[in-house]
Design a protein around this ligand. Structure first.
Ligand SMILES: [Zn+2]
Length: 156
């Protein structure tokens, strides 16, 4: 996720992401809205459950990343997280597989690309732009698309 979006999330949900590892949100910017609303939903649920807003009690996301094309969220070990909060994460994770990780448009995981390529949820247009050829076994595996984006921006 780019530095601007990362900063927005960290500023809006400082307590929730207090333990997020230094490399931040390990996915593309197309999922920004999904993560933004998931964060808000987790915090609303925690408030409804009467959890005190302190570092010792409030839910804490330690790892947030894309794996096998879907959003994965791992909470810190010190604070237990309720079933209803876990259900919110599951729902967002399901939606992520239908949301383009690059631009946020409706997308899907291309099962045919799994061989030798990253499994990613992309819309047709992003897939065309970023995955012009089918990968073969012998070619080195390219970076996940969201990392390519980041690297391109970094070199500008
Ligand atoms: Zn897209």
């Amino acid at each position: 996720m780019n530095p601007e979006n990362t900063a927005r999330l960290l500023a809006a949900y400082p307590l929730l992401y207090r333990e997020l590892r230094e490399w931040g949100f390990e996915c593309g910017d197309g999922w920004f809205d999904l993560i933004w609303y998931l964060s808000a939903d987790i915090e609303s649920a925690a408030r409804l459950e009467g959890i005190p807003e302190t570092a010792g009690s409030w839910p804490s996301v330690r790892i947030l990343k894309q794996k096998f094309g879907s959003l994965r969220v791992q909470f810190g070990f010190d604070v237990p997280v309720s079933k209803s909060i876990r259900a919110l994460v599951d729902k967002a994770s399901e939606r992520s597989t239908e949301t383009c990780e690059l631009c946020g448009a409706p997308g899907m995981i291309d099962r045919e690309c799994e061989q030798g390529a990253w499994v990613e949820a992309l819309c047709a247009s992003c897939r065309k732009t970023h995955r012009p050829q089918r990968q073969t076994r012998d070619q080195p595996r390219p970076l996940p698309v969201w990392m390519q984006e980041r690297n391109n921006k970094g070199s500008m």
